[in-house]
Design a protein around this ligand. Sequence first.
Ligand code: NOJ
Length: 755
Amino acid sequence: MIRIYKILQRIFVIALITSCSPEIKETPDQGKHELEKRVTELLNKMSLDEKIGQMSQIDPGMVGSDEDIEQAVREGRYGSFLNLLGAERVNELQKIAVEESRLGIPLIFARDVIHGFKTIFPIPLGMAASWNPEIVKKAFRISAIEASSVGIKWTFAPMIDITWDPRWGRIAESCGEDPYLASVLSKAMVEGIQGEDLTDPTSVAACAKHYVGYGFSEAGRDYNTTYISESLLRNVVLKPFKAAQKAGALTFMSAFNDLNGVPTSGNKFTLRQILRNEWNYDGMVVSDWASVEEMISHGFCADKKEAALKAIQAGVDMEMASDTYSNHIADLLAEGEIDIKLIDEAVKNILRVKIKLGLFENPYIELKAGQKILNKEFLAHAQTVARESIVLLKNEKKTLPLSEDIKSVAVIGPLADAPRDQLGTWVFDGEAKHSVTPITAIKQLLGDKKVNYAQTLKFSRDEDKSRFAKAKLAAKKSDAIVFFAGEEWILSGEGQCRGEINLPGAQTELIEELKKTGKPLVLVFMAGRPLAIGKELTMADAVLYAWHGGTMAGPAITDILFGKYAPSGKLPVTFVKGAGQIPFYYYRKNTGRPSSNKHWTHIDDISVENPQNSLGYKSHHLDYGFTPLLPFGYGLTYTTFEYADLKLSEDEITTDGSIEVSATITNTGQREATEIAQLYIRDRVGSITRPVKELKSYTRVTIKPGEKAQVKFKLTKDDLEFFNGEKIVVEAGEFDVWVGTDSDSGLHGEFSIIN
Ligand code: NOJ
């Protein structure tokens, strides 16, 4: 009898939920009103336990047997699972949630789909090197289509932490150092993941992470302390998050790090004041894995109960993996430590996401997974993105592109045929067996006979030199050497940080040996971070930086090596000379004592007797000097571009004015190629010191040999304003503007802002 009653009750509730669904898309305000009404009606039916259940996310492995998991779902103990795999199982559990739990609230299944699900795209840092939001958006759309086909409706991407530290393994997952570029890509990623219509079966909820400051972990040691001033936070670190919010990211993830003494999962300033109050964010905040409980280790909370208290007070709606909410929220409420309003607010944020995704109407997935993964179109796009992510760092004597008619080529090195490594970090579902490696692609193009392959080092850290002689033999009988250098995938990513960022193993020594053969030497780097490659760069005739390029890295690199496409990638991070130079980023401050060649003596040129005042008293290292190895924005191609004719529409504007900037670019070389023209500004004097350069815009332009193109930019108030420690301001004064090929060059102009 009770069972029949429960079933009837469920049918009634489901009918009620369905009848409240906003079927007619009216004005945004009406839609919002309907949504809020629906959320509130459902909330009003929920028991305290059901509310707390919605606020908990768990990995099935942590729950117990299949029966335990099913019972937990029936009782509404979890609002979400992460890492639950298999379309059938997803549907089974969803059926229990929808048909057997008291209110029939659907679960949301989450997983880390960071740069592809089955079709793996380049690591996000590689995608960032394309500077191309359209192809990045499509890559994330494809990831969402593949992931949703097996039931994943929420992914923990995009990762949009700004970082200046290549030691930090998670730089691989980031868009690099620049807030403007990261914001452009953040928007593209969110739009790709979520699609045009959230209720579409292929739409997946995005999660802007890690909110916030995680990329500033001390010394690049993962999970470490961060100290970030409010102006750095607002002028740099928050920018891509704001872009994600504006693009409609349904969820945010609070991070692991302690920010200025307050762990970010208990940080009222960043979560409540900035995200909720200033930005009016109405999405859901999930904590990073056990980061609520970890506030005990941080020394911010005495026990789990206090951790739950601080997290909910700060505004974490759903707790991932740890159980402080499920065990302590009810007591905190009973003891009057928290108001029910805090719980209701969290649950509303969660329900809103589930409703927006259409999970109540379409809780199940179609079981036709096979058709939606790794198809031709997806693989072709993976090849396009990998190709556009490649950056040409050096090309002496036009060594590249190699001719397809080359008689023979020596392919050497640990990354030439490393199918798992080329996929990069954060790949749970992509498989090495689908990777097309460089050696396969080169052999496909040239035929086996022309390729003298000598892997020589079996993996990137291999120190075994016993096969060096064979490698030299292969080089000697070839017309050119292509050496695939880099890092294994496991050397970057979460928890995979390095103190030194040089090329591991005996790779550099092998390159030295190959150099001795006198054959044209091309280096292709496949790595999860910008490595310190000064020595190798000097030895090589040509260098490509190809990151971990994903499933189709091999064909993409081959396309560039043999000139089917001209490279167009630009560095999304500064390349340092050595780890001791970190942090080194292009939008640094000038300091009171900027250095220059005039002021700097290299350590080897300092005689023993030199007096102290001979050393310049300027801001530099005696060994590294004052410049990086390669600047942000740098990247060559197979032609040359000349910039001329910088024009500014005004010399002077008011604080709310705008200015148009244009320049002409001529392709002075022999072939068509794409240039990414960049616009930087400098605000010479500010109420707080301002960076020496800031990227404010860029544009892609493809130009035929001998032809010209005009590039145009517009600088508005949004580009000129900054947070000065107290408020957002546009300040009167003199500004520099540059339009050029990277952050270290460009045509220069000036303008003023007057009050
Ligand atoms: C920890 C990582 O920091 C985060 O990026 C990831 O999304 C979660 N684990 C879930 O796997």
